[in-house]
Design a protein around this ligand. Structure first.
Ligand code: NAD
Length: 546
């Protein structure tokens, strides 16, 4: 049986503390500011380092490289990565299968301990990870800290969840039998994360997989492979056996799709766009020669999220909630508000107040902790600008509507608010994934709900209202996976707000929730006859016909 090299476990007499969310760092404290600046200096000294593919513990290089760059200064290389391609799939699968034979039998307690150990390593170096997120994807300090905190939360939460699942019991014990329900691993999983929560989502999907006894081929986003390479270093440091996680940076269509198609890939944990999620869904559904199972897909996809603002709300709170939901991390969250649906009677006032609030957002290098930063890439920059042009013909520009040029050539776009947008306009329906907000007027609360539900997505949504009746109706009729009342629609907390959406936003999975780990397991029911059954018991079980 495989063993893992872990820090000594807590003595049995010391119960693991109950799960709580990692506290946020207060960067207004001089000490925290200094620690973040020191971490940025440390990271600066490591920029441009080369990272390897790691398959079965072996470090590999390729001729072709992936270079991740700082979106605030695209000439600055953050990490140089190998480029896994179709030829690496078979080796990665072989290494993973080999590791699965032993890792799947490591006691759950040990697997959970490994997650706890990784969480504590991240906690010790949290500022350093924040700094990597700042330079690789352009997160300001608060956003970077939220990503690091969520990473720790996933590790702590899924560790405890795996222990809980291990204690599962059948609802009843059948007379004359010992009945057991065990959640066993699935096998080899492809973990394919996006770039926008490149630490938390990448680590979360990986941790959920391995704590359940699965093994993983991890293909990080080409826009954020360095933070994933740092996570891989942590797993090695914590004692994860070779082959349990195989680190393979590569292009989606070139490498990711090959792993998805492989007949021995048992499941795919994906977070990203609707288009790619649907493609993975289709590819995974096609049975390959030699495949002996139906692949499972856990797909978390895009959003077009709305905040309804009613006339009976606290207007200050609504303006603030819409602004931070729309422009936090430059609108590059699947949960970001990209549609404000505002009641007619307060529409003009709301627009004036929002315009004033958004004008206060200062844009600049996230390393200097500006609130507004760059979008991730040239591709994202062009896409957002193209949508802004469409938006100019679909509404009235209240803020922004243009790029911001800097000497370093960062991918900056001014926070853009476009009002008087029709509910069926393109900028009201299509995911832009940038700092662009459409404001839509509603004629009534019925109208507001109908507009909120008129997209193909169903991820997050919020409503600002002081009417209990309206909130109760929204509870029933606002069809999103994560619904918030009188607060922003971003910032889901692990455990408190299990996260994931309906319709084209994904497969209705709930990351950070009590059902999530079930998706990474299959349940096995075992019945052992004990003693002698009475004739009545025999007859009863025969009648049940199973
Ligand atoms: P993306 O779909 O472009 O890429 C996601 C991942 O898929 C990347 O690792 C990419 O390399 C890989 N990929 C691309 N083509 C592939 C293919 N053909 N086969 C296999 N893998 C492939 O998304 P992105 O730009 O990285 O992330 C932004 C998107 O993610 C947005 O749509 C956002 O809404 C969504 N997102 C959703 C959630 C959620 O929880 N629902 C969370 C974060 C982000």
């Amino acid at each position: 049986m495989a063993t893992v090299n872990l820090a000594p476990p807590l003595p049995a007499s010391v119960p693991r503390p109950a799960y709580t969310n990692e506290p946020f760092v207060d960067f207004s404290q001089p000490e925290n500011k200094r620690r973040m600046q020191d971490a940025l200096a440390v990271v600066q000294s490591q920029l441009g380092r080369e990272y390897d593919i790691i398959i079965g513990g072996k470090h590999l290089k390729t001729k072709e490289k992936i270079v991740s760059v700082n979106p605030a200064r695209p000439a600055q290389a953050i990490g140089v990565h190998q480029r896994a391609s179709a030829e690496h799939v078979e080796d990665a699968m072989h290494a993973a299968q080999t590791a699965f034979a032993s890792w799947s039998r490591v006691p759950v307690k040990q697997r959970a301990e490994l997650l706890f150990r990784v969480a504590s390593l991240i906690r010790e170096r949290s500022f350093e990870f924040c700094a990597w997120l700042t330079v690789e994807v352009g997160k300001n300090w608060g956003e970077a800290d939220a990503d690091v905190g969520e990473t720790i939360d996933f590790l702590e939460f899924y560790g405890r969840e795996a222990l809980r699942l291990d204690e599962a019991k059948t609802p009843i014990q059948f007379p004359g039998e010992r009945n057991q329900l065990r959640y066993i691993p699935l096998g080899v999983g492809a973990v394919i994360p996006p770039w926008n929560f490149p630490f938390a989502i990448m680590a979360g999907m990986t941790a959920a997989s391995i704590v359940c006894g699965n093994v993983v081929i991890l293909k990080p986003s080409v826009d954020a492979p360095t933070i994933a390479a740092k996570f891989m270093e942590l797993l090695e440091e914590a004692g994860l056996p070779d082959g349990v996680v195989n680190f393979c940076p590569g292009e989606g269509p070139e490498f990711g799709s090959e792993v998805v198609a492989h007949p021995q890939t048992r499941f795919i944990a994906f977070t990203g766009s609707k288009a790619v999620g649907l493609e993975i869904h289709e590819r995974a559904a096609k049975t390959q020669p030699g495949q002996i199972f139906i692949k499972r897909t856990i797909l978390e996809m895009g959003g077009k999220d709305s905040i309804i603002v009613e006339a009976d709300c606290d207007l200050d709170a609504a303006v603030e909630g819409v602004a931070v939901s729309a422009f936090g991390f430059n609108g590059q969250k699947c949960s970001a508000c990209s549609r404000a649906i505002v009641a007619e009677s307060i529409y003009d006032l709301f627009c004036d107040r929002l315009q004033e609030r958004v004008a206060k957002i200062k844009t600049g290098d996230p390393a200097e902790n500006f609130y507004g930063g760059p979008v991730i890439s040239d591709k994202a920059y062009r896409k957002a600008l193209a949508y802004i042009e469409i938006g100019k013909s679909e509404g009235t520009v209240l803020n922004g509507g243009h790029a911001i040029e800097t000497p370093e050539g960062g991918f900056y776009i001014a926070p853009t608010v476009i009002a008087d947008v029709a509910p069926t306009a393109r900028i009201a329906l299509e995911e832009i994934f940038g700092p662009v907000l459409a404001v839509i007027k509603s004629q009534s609360f019925d109208d507001a709900l109908a507009i909120a539900n008129n997209t193909e997505y169903g991820l997050t949504g919020a409503i600002y209202s002081n009417s209990r009746e309206k909130l109760d109706r929204a509870r029933e009729e606002f069809h999103v996976g994560n619904l918030y009342f009188n607060r922003k629609c971003t910032g889901a907390m692990v455990g408190a707000h299990p996260f994931g959406g309906f319709n084209m936003s994904g497969t209705d999975s709930k990351a950070g929730g009590p059902d999530y780990l079930l998706l990474f397991t299959q349940a096995k029911s075992i019945a052992e006859k004990i003693g002698h059954s009475t004739p009545a018991q025999e007859k009863q079980s025969e009648q049940m016909g199973m």
